[in-house]
Write a protein that binds this ligand. Structure first.
Ligand SMILES: [Fe+2]
Ligand SMILES: [Fe+2]
Length: 475
């Protein structure tokens, strides 16, 4: 078990105190981080005391401690899962060699790019969510939002530590740039598309944490296999926090559905206008939000065929999801994988070298995982006796990246022409009216135990506290 010295300015289990240069560099970055948090972190939250879970150790029994803290004073720290001195690389061309404790020169540029791209998503989501505290549907939900925000801040710390420790001057410059790009900024946006989209309301937030934080889970899982051991160890620890983010999304959408179903049953109607008039979110709107967040998120996995993906795998930088559980040779040369291509306006499957299709492999793993949770949402409707079911759209629906970007497709997977797309788009993706309606529901409800009318209360509170616990003290 690793221990953490909390008397240090930067809590850590990496013996930061023994590396004065690194410690000074990170202590130099820290005030810039706090300025960033004050500028674009949760709006108006400076004096709030929030019932947060703070990581105090990385061992499974005792890694978290709960208590009211101001978010600025959250112990952002650097925690790596315990190392295994004998760990071997278990995939790619270096399979069987010892894992690297330092960055090999020939992989330096690629590793830096991987770490910067991951690091960039963490502060981006905090920026995207910064206004949501002003319209929280309950104090319980407000606390969950803030918990996610501080953990994404800590994930940024995790990547910045790697940049500072292992990449010298370029690493320090990249760490600064992570605080300078801003989600949605015209001149200096975040690196990936989905992280420049708005998260305008709480339905979008729940869809984001369900789908887009799940992208995080799959990316981090692939990096947790890395031959670069510090990256593997830090991403393993980040994954323990990601689970809560996805829980917030899954349970959030479940509670919205529960409330909608209740209203539909009380009014004996499936008319969206009547559901809306009663202050609940109609199922069509929920489906359109789902379609949007799902399609934007699966774009994050990148082009379906990518020579970079092949290089990252073969050189041991990034594995597959659950690489260790797979029974193939973990080298993948000469193997193939099916991807979709567009030919004469139609979709066809074709076999391509698996190494080049590893983005698609990861995307397909993500899709399986996503579909399972949508099935659990449908159970809420089924239990309430509502016949409508939510579905995930076809993989080629609304794609902007890769071969499928060149095609217009209905959610069910039928190729459509421009005219049909234009005519039906408002049935398939959220419209300005949908956003305006959802926005009209977003009043702030923050008395302990009270909930906005469009969402059901949760089954239980956080850390066995009651649902009406004072999760946030407004200073
Ligand atoms: Fe994260
Ligand atoms: Fe997350």
């Amino acid at each position: 078990m690793s221990t953490i010295n909390y008397s240090e300015k930067i809590p850590n289990n990496v013996n930061l105190g023994e590396d004065r240069t690194l410690q000074r560099a990170l202590e130099g970055w820290q005030p810039n981080f706090i300025n960033w948090w004050d500028d674009v972190g949760p709006d108006g939250s400076t004096n709030y005391e929030v019932y947060l879970r703070t990581a105090v150790s990385v061992d499974p029994q005792g890694w978290a401690q709960f208590g009211h803290v101001k978010m600025r004073d959250y112990r952002w720290g650097i925690f790596l899962n315990p190392g295994d001195a004998n760990r071997e690389i278990h995939f790619g061309d270096h399979k069987g060699e010892k894992a690297w404790q330092d960055v090999p020169g020939e992989h330096r540029a690629n590793l830096r790019r991987i770490i910067v791209t991951q690091g960039d998503t963490e502060p981006a989501s905090v920026e995207q969510q910064r206004h949501l505290g002003l319209t929280a549907p309950s104090m319980y939900d407000l606390r969950n939002l803030f918990q996610i925000n501080v953990e994404e801040g800590r994930h940024l710390w995790a990547m910045v530590y790697l940049l500072h420790k292992h990449f010298g001057r370029d690493g320090r410059e990249e760490a600064e740039a992570l605080l300078q790009r801003t989600s949605g900024d015209e001149n200096n946006p975040r690196i990936l598309g989905a992280f420049n989209e708005k998260t305008p309301d709480w339905l979008a937030f729940f869809m984001f944490t369900y789908f887009t934080d799940r992208d995080g889970k799959f990316q981090l899982s692939a990096l947790a296999e890395s031959a670069f051991d510090p990256l593997a160890r830090t991403t393993k620890f980040m994954l323990t926090e990601e689970a809560h983010h996805m829980f917030v999304g899954e349970s959030g959408v479940s509670r919205v559905l529960q409330r909608t179903a209740q209203v539909m049953n009380e009014l004996k109607t499936d008319d969206p206008q009547k559901v809306r008039a009663a202050g609940a979110i109609d199922l069509g709107t929920i489906q359109r939000y789902l379609n949007f967040h799902y399609s934007v998120t699966i774009d994050l996995f990148g082009a379906d065929q990518s020579s970079n993906a092949a290089t990252f795998y073969s050189s041991g930088l990034k594995g597959r999801y659950e690489e260790g559980k797979r029974t193939d040779d973990h080298v993948l040369k000469g193997q193939t994988y099916k991807v979709l291509e567009v030919k004469d306006g139609q979709l066809l499957e074709k076999d391509v070298p698996m190494l080049n299709a590893l983005n698609e492999v990861l995307r397909d793993d993500f899709i399986k995982d996503s579909v399972a949770g949508v099935g659990r949402w449908n159970k809420v409707l089924e239990k309430a006796g509502i016949p409508t079911r939510l579905t995930v759209p076809h993989k080629a629906f609304n794609r902007q990246i890769g071969a499928l970007a060149g095609i217009k497709m209905s959610p069910e997977g039928r190729v459509v022409n421009e005219a049909e797309w234009a005519a039906k788009k408002s049935e398939w993706l959220p419209t300005p009216e949908d956003f305006a309606f959802v926005a009209s529901l977003m009043g702030r409800v923050v008395d302990p135990g009270k909930f906005a009318g469009w969402i059901a209360p949760p089954v239980m509170g956080i850390n066995r506290q009651p649902v009406d616990f004072e999760y946030v003290r407004f200073g």
